[in-house]
Design a protein around this ligand. Structure first.
Ligand code: ATP
Length: 345
């Protein structure tokens, strides 16, 4: 693959968003037409260095896809500016489009009745790949995404993972310098998801700048150089995975898997000095998984063991806080300012 670090020599960011906002108008009613204005993105600013793998995390409806669509020229910002590889997304959309790739999870974006090969040929034409380069590039990508040998089958017979691999091949056809990956691992089985993570890491090592959205915290933790947590259209935290974990002032997390846990056990555990958050979820059958987040410096192992006397414990472990703990903690902090969904007539 060619060198892809456009913009590196000039020192400018590969992606730069400044005070981006986007409002949607959703119409309702038939006789009396009413609309709701949804402020999907409310002043988002960040920059991504060339070759960086930047994660955008956030709950459903937080504004991640809207942000990506403004950066890749599919949506015009309501206000604010964004530049990709130095080109303004609103003023120079064609210059941006030629140098970016966009991969999204789901079923859209491929022609089901065509084979993978014909899909790639079609998109290669669309992206203006030199005819003499097309064959070699398509072969290279089919190999990269693990579809070599299946490329002549119609896409309608592909599994979700195979489709996702084809999406990625399509997004890479024109050797983009910047790749937007919007939930690329959605619906993949664990092995396919691991292969995908390896593929993303390989692309990064080849110098591609990547903006990734995902709901899988472990994936973000493993891959991302930096992460922005977006909530209700604003960035609530931004930093390396390590910085985000350190920001949430928690100690170790105890996990207890046990049979015979009652509400009384849970309230006793919650009242334990040094326990800041106690949750219970159903494990399998009669077993529950209790998660106890300790305050920094608190050692609750012995105390918890004592309180679970009489309970059939199948697992009892202590672990360091994960990115998921940090994510949950950050989202639980004071909600960002502003209001979403202003109803107008
Ligand atoms: P998810 O994790 O569920 O994919 P997201 O963070 O990508 O969510 P967006 O898809 O950007 O979130 O949506 C942000 C907000 O904008 C949501 O409230 C959503 O309902 C709204 N929205 C998105 N697209 C439209 C649209 N075309 N018309 C009206 N509202 C929209």
């Amino acid at each position: 693959m060619s060198r892809l670090r456009d913009g590196e020599s000039s020192g400018r960011p590969a992606i730069e968003a400044v005070a981006l906002r986007r409002t949607y108008r959703a119409y309702a009613g038939w006789l009396t037409r009413r609309y709701t204005e949804i402020e999907a993105v409310r002043g988002v600013s960040f920059s991504v260095a060339p070759g960086e793998l930047f994660g955008l995390l956030g709950p459903n409806g937080a504004g991640k896809t809207t942000t990506i669509k403004m950066l890749n020229t599919l949506l015009l910002p309501t206000s604010g500016t964004a530049r990709v590889l130095g080109c303004d997304v609103a003023a120079q959309p064609m210059a941006v489009r030629g140098r970016i790739g966009y991969v999204f999870g789901g079923d859209k974006g491929l022609y089901d009745r065509l084979s993978a090969l014909d899909n790639l040929r079609y998109f290669a034409e669309l992206y203006g790949l030199e005819p003499r380069d097309q064959r070699a590039r398509i072969e290279e990508l089919l190999e990269l995404v693990g579809l070599a040998g299946r490329e002549r089958e119609r896409v309608e017979g592909y599994s979700r993972g195979m489709r996702q691999r084809l999406h990625i091949a399509r997004g890479l056809l024109h050797r983009p310098a910047v790749l937007f990956l919007d939930e690329p691992s959605i619906g993949l089985d664990p092995v396919a998801a691991r292969d995908l993570r390896q593929m993303i890491a390989d692309l990064k090592s080849q110098g591609v700048t990547i903006l990734l959205t995902t709901h899988y915290m472990a994936e973000a933790d493993e891959l991302c150089d930096r992460i922005a947590i977006i909530n209700q259209g604003v960035i609530q935290a931004l930093g390396t995975p390590g910085e985000l974990k350190a920001r949430v002032d928690t100690g170790a997390v105890l996990e207890v898997e046990a049979r015979g846990v009652t509400d009384e056990h849970l309230s006793v555990l919650s009242a334990l000095p040094g326990a800041r958050d106690v949750r219970a979820t159903d494990a399998d059958g009669e077993r529950k998984l209790i998660t106890i987040q300790a305050e920094r410096g608190a050692d609750l192992f012995g105390a918890v063991a004592g309180l679970l006397d009489g309970v059939d414990v199948t697992r009892f472990t202590s672990r360091e806080p994960t990115l998921e703990d940090a994510y949950v903690g950050i989202l639980g902090e004071a909600a960002p300012q502003g209001q979403q969904g202003v109803v107008s007539a």
